[in-house]
Design a protein around this ligand. Structure first.
Ligand SMILES: *[C@@H]1O[C@H](CO)[C@@H](O)[C@H](O)[C@H]1NC(C)=O
Ligand SMILES: *[C@@H]1O[C@H](CO)[C@@H](O)[C@H](O)[C@H]1NC(C)=O
Ligand SMILES: *[C@@H]1O[C@H](CO)[C@@H](O)[C@H](O)[C@H]1NC(C)=O
Ligand SMILES: *[C@@H]1O[C@H](CO)[C@@H](O)[C@H](O)[C@H]1NC(C)=O
Ligand SMILES: *[C@@H]1O[C@H](CO)[C@@H](O)[C@H](O)[C@H]1NC(C)=O
Ligand SMILES: *[C@@H]1O[C@H](CO)[C@@H](O)[C@H](O)[C@H]1NC(C)=O
Ligand SMILES: *[C@@H]1O[C@H](CO)[C@@H](O)[C@H](O)[C@H]1NC(C)=O
Ligand SMILES: *[C@@H]1O[C@H](CO)[C@@H](O)[C@H](O)[C@H]1NC(C)=O
Ligand SMILES: *[C@@H]1O[C@H](CO)[C@@H](O)[C@H](O)[C@H]1NC(C)=O
Ligand SMILES: *[C@@H]1O[C@H](CO)[C@@H](O)[C@H](O)[C@H]1NC(C)=O
Ligand SMILES: *[C@@H]1O[C@H](CO)[C@@H](O)[C@H](O)[C@H]1NC(C)=O
Length: 773
């Protein structure tokens, strides 16, 4: 070093900088060596291992020097230590058996520092399996030696992986001389024109293997050994299928090119039930008769065949064929509904039947015959009615009948069935106490049997009176399915006796299902200060609607949603404990057995005061007001009366003597006072005073004008009246005398004492009517 430095100094400034660089590297190298004395350099081998699924692999972790104990992890999980073997101080081997993970990372760690020392990856692959090869034809009609050789196999592999497959074939006895037949990147591969290639010779045996190859690995299948004769796959046969009334006839054309013993399989199934397992018939005959077939049903038929030992051909194309009506399958059921007697004395009988498969394309002829019923005796002439199809209406009279239906086709009579029609008002057994129960679209019905013995019962039901359904029950109950939703049905139960039919009994009308009405509408909200009364109604286009409960939801804006639930029969409610002068919203929800309907939201605002209170208050107020008014009016009238009290005008009054009883009639003749008399003391004359022999009477004087009501205008001047009040009355002579004396001293001085007291009558009609005063 020293030498080098000296050199550098000599060689000038360029060398000087070179030297500096070298010195730097040298220092770095020394540092590295010193550090390396602490670190172990390890390697895990082999790298990027590809093994077959389920095989074993050994991985070695070898280090530059003694590493101490080594630990392994597989995909971050610790590996069982027993699988790891330490060979010497630097080498540790891990043995993995039956490795099946598609891909894994294996790492070796130092047990002291837990430091990762090295790692590798392990991936697995599978081998192609289930190799099979066939000899077959390129064209459908070809015969002779097949020209195509096709091998297929299975291979589970990552679909993204590009795999080259090679089919290798050799004679079984000469395995070493393998020939590459074909290459493919799919799991099948075809060699064309093998019949002219000379590769394949009949009566030799061959072995085929399939090799799969990728960049990383290569795997071969197990060998597939074959005899060329046994891998011939002939073309599917040509098939004809005919149907007759109770069977299918399948005819196969002879098709096997090599052997006489061609075997075939016939597959058939109902086209309407494609998921049922098809039936298979194996045969070596060319004709197959299938007898177990239903009436008027579509069957799909196909056939495959094979050379004696060879593989099956493909199935022939499926043919669809409909079977004919099989007489044995007819279960003719006949029923009738008898209408009330019409005006012409006839009854309409609605006759209906079922049991002929609906898919049949044949022509059927239905004839109804009616006979009078008397214990198997046909009375009179039988009338026949030809019916198009069920239902069919016929007419009978009041008597009991038996209606007989015959069904025939072009091939002859198929079936016959009869039904009894009772006479009008015939007494027959009938069921009682019919109970119905409907839930989830299924209606159950039960009844009480009549006392008489009954064979079974017919239950019929209708929703429109035109279309009837019916069924049989041997019990006193039945279950009806498939009723229309929300529809009202009439159900009738009729007992059947051996030869006759009982009386029908109708069940109460039922609804097949009940649902909530489609519309709930709030009709009216009456608001008060702390309560509101809400009423609503429901609408539905269906009769079969009901509500189990109503729930009324109401809330203040941003307040809690309150609810009240009430019975479905009620249509109003009073909401209580509301806050005055607030806006509320309310909705009504109808809940049925199956769903709910909610009304539109309605807003209302509560009043500040209870309007009823205000009403009461206003009523009271008005009553009081009226009372006050009335009172005021009375007062006013009184006051007016008081003010209007007329002043008696003495000028209009007359004075008369108060006659004794018998003179009373004469009172009417008065002499009027002179109105304009200046003399305050006018003379008042009695009637007598006008008589010649009567002394003149002392004048009566008036101090003031009198005020008196007209009613009082005639007032008796009674002697007894001690009152001095001149307004009220005019005193009798005696009492007035002193005053007269006082006022009129210059008058006749004849002593009054001598005058006998006399009653004086003053007519007060002196009041001028109207504007007195
Ligand atoms: C450990 O064993 C391996 C293989 O057997 C061998 O190559 C290696 O030299 C050995 N190392 C020591 C230090 O013995
Ligand atoms: C390999 O492992 C698979 C599943 O993990 C198991 O089914 C199979 O029996 C094992 N084979 C052997 C030879 O242990
Ligand atoms: C597969 O075969 C094609 C040609 O046949 C070749 O080009 C390709 O490299 C092959 N790939 C592998 C993974 O062997
Ligand atoms: C099949 O039916 C056709 C008519 O549909 C008839 O011509 C033919 O003879 C029948 N074949 C057999 C085998 O019954
Ligand atoms: C039955 O065969 C017909 C052809 O005849 C075919 O169209 C139909 O899909 C087949 N039915 C089923 C269920 O496969
Ligand atoms: C009722 O059922 C019995 C026995 O299954 C059958 O004989 C009869 O024809 C049926 N009646 C009707 C009207 O369906
Ligand atoms: C039955 O019909 C025949 C011929 O149609 C007729 O002569 C005969 O009177 C009929 N009998 C009755 C009972 O109606
Ligand atoms: C159902 O029965 C009632 C009462 O007998 C009758 O009024 C109504 O018309 C019947 N409805 C139908 C559809 O037959
Ligand atoms: C009728 O009732 C019997 C016993 O009560 C029951 O076993 C039967 O299933 C019921 N039949 C129908 C059709 O509901
Ligand atoms: C009848 O009601 C049931 C249950 O409510 C429903 O599932 C079905 O769709 C309804 N059928 C028709 C035809 O409306
Ligand atoms: C009605 O209100 C009560 C509480 O008052 C609550 O528990 C219930 O869930 C509410 N019902 C509905 C249908 O919201």
């Amino acid at each position: 070093m020293f030498f080098k430095r000296r050199l550098a100094v000599r060689s000038g400034s360029v060398e000087a900088s070179m030297f500096a660089l070298r010195a730097l590297f040298t220092v770095a190298a020394v540092t590295s060596v010193c550090k390396g004395q602490q670190d172990i350099i390890c390697n895990v081998e082999p790298k990027d291992v590809h093994i077959e699924v389920g095989s074993s692999v050994e991985i070695t972790c070898h280090c530059s020097r003694a590493s101490g104990q080594i630990l392994w992890t597989l995909n971050q999980n610790a590996v069982d230590e027993s699988l790891s073997t330490s060979i010497n101080s630097t080498h540790t081997v891990l043995s993995l058996r039956n490795f099946t993970k598609p891909s894994a990372t294996l790492q070796c760690h130092s047990s002291h520092t837990n430091q990762i020392l090295g790692g590798t990856t392990i991936k697995t692959y599978t081998r192609p399996r289930d190799v099979s090869c066939v000899l077959h034809y390129e064209h459908k009609k070809s015969k002779g030696i097949p020209n195509l050789f096709t091998c297929r196999w299975d291979h589970q592999a990552n679909p993204l992986l590009k795999i080259n497959y090679t089919v290798l074939m050799s004679k079984t006895l000469e395995k070493s001389s393998q020939t590459e037949i074909c290459n493919s990147q799919k799991t099948s591969c075809t060699y064309k024109n093998i019949h002219t290639s000379g590769i394949l010779i009949f009566f030799d045996k061959y072995t085929v293997t399939v090799r799969a190859k990728t960049a990383a690995w290569e795997a071969s299948s197990d060998p597939f050994e074959f005899d060329p004769l046994q891998i011939i796959k002939i073309n599917p046969p040509t098939v004809k299928v005919n149907s007759s009334s109770n069977r299918l006839l399948v005819t196969v054309e002879k098709w096997c090119p090599f052997t006489e013993d061609c075997r075939c399989q016939v597959k058939y199934y109902k086209a309407s039930e494609p998921n049922e397992t098809p039936k298979l018939i194996s045969t070596t005959d060319l004709k197959v008769d299938i007898k177990e077939v239903g009436s008027c049903i579509n069957y799909n038929v196909s056939v495959r065949c094979a050379e004696e030992m060879a593989v099956w051909s493909n199935w022939s194309p499926e043919q669809t064929i409909r079977t004919k009506l099989n007489k044995a399958h007819i279960r003719l059921c006949l029923w009738r509904k008898v209408a009330a007697e019409g005006e012409n004395g006839k009854r309409k009988v609605h006759l209906m039947w079922k049991g002929i498969p609906s898919m049949c394309e044949e022509r059927f002829y239905y004839t109804v015959k009616q006979t009078y019923y008397t214990k198997d005796k046909v009375i009179g002439n039988c009338t026949s009615t030809s019916c198009g199809n069920s239902p069919c209406d016929v007419e009978v009279d009041q008597d009991a009948h038996r209606l007989c239906l015959t069904v025939s086709s072009d091939e002859g009579l198929l079936a016959e069935e009869s039904v009894y029609v009772p006479a009008v008002e015939e007494s027959l057994p009938q069921v009682t106490d019919i109970q119905t129960f409907t839930q989830k679209g299924i209606t159950k019905i039960s009844w009480k049997a009549p006392v008489q013995p009954v064979r079974d019962y017919i239950i019929d039901w209708t929703h429109n009176g035109n279309r009837y359904d019916w069924k049989n029950s041997t019990f006193t109950n039945a279950t009806l399915f498939d009723l229309l939703n929300r529809t009202q049905y009439n159900i009738t139960v009729t007992p059947l006796m051996d030869d006759r039919t009982g009386q029908s009994t109708q069940a109460p009308q039922i609804c097949s299902s009940m649902e909530v009405p489609e519309v709930v509408a709030i009709r009216d909200v009456q608001t008060y200060d702390t309560s509101a009364s809400v009423n609503w109604d429901t609408q539905s286009q269906y009769t079969c609607s009901d509500v189990v409960t109503f729930t009324v939801f109401y809330e203040l804006q941003e307040g809690p949603l309150l609810n009240i639930t009430i019975d479905g029969k009620k249509h109003d409610i009073v909401l209580k404990d509301l806050k005055p002068e607030m806006q509320y919203s309310v909705t009504v929800e109808a809940k049925g057995h199956d769903g709910t309907t909610t009304s539109r939201k309605r807003f209302f605002t509560t009043k500040k005061f209870d309007p009823r209170f205000i009403k009461a208050l206003s009523v009271c107020g008005s009553i009081i007001l009226l009372f006050v008014l009335f009172f005021g009016l009375c007062c006013a009238i009184q006051w007016k009366k008081f003010l209007e009290k007329p002043v008696p005008n003495p000028g209009l009054s007359s004075l008369a003597k108060w006659l004794s009883q018998n003179h009373h009639k004469g009172v009417g003749i008065f002499q009027s006072f002179t109105h304009h008399s200046e003399n305050i003391c006018d003379q008042v004359y009695t009637e007598e005073s006008r008589r010649p022999n009567m002394p003149s009477i002392t004048p009566i004087c008036y101090e003031t004008q009198l005020l008196s009501s007209p009613e009082e205008s005639i007032s008796s001047l009674s002697t007894e009246s001690s009152s001095m009040n001149p307004y009220r009355s005019q005193s009798s002579m005696e009492t007035s005398m002193p005053r007269t004396e006082k006022l009129c001293q210059g008058d006749s001085g004849k002593p009054h004492e001598k005058t006998t007291p006399k009653s004086v009558y003053v007519s007060l009609s002196m009041l001028e009517q109207g504007n007195v005063r």
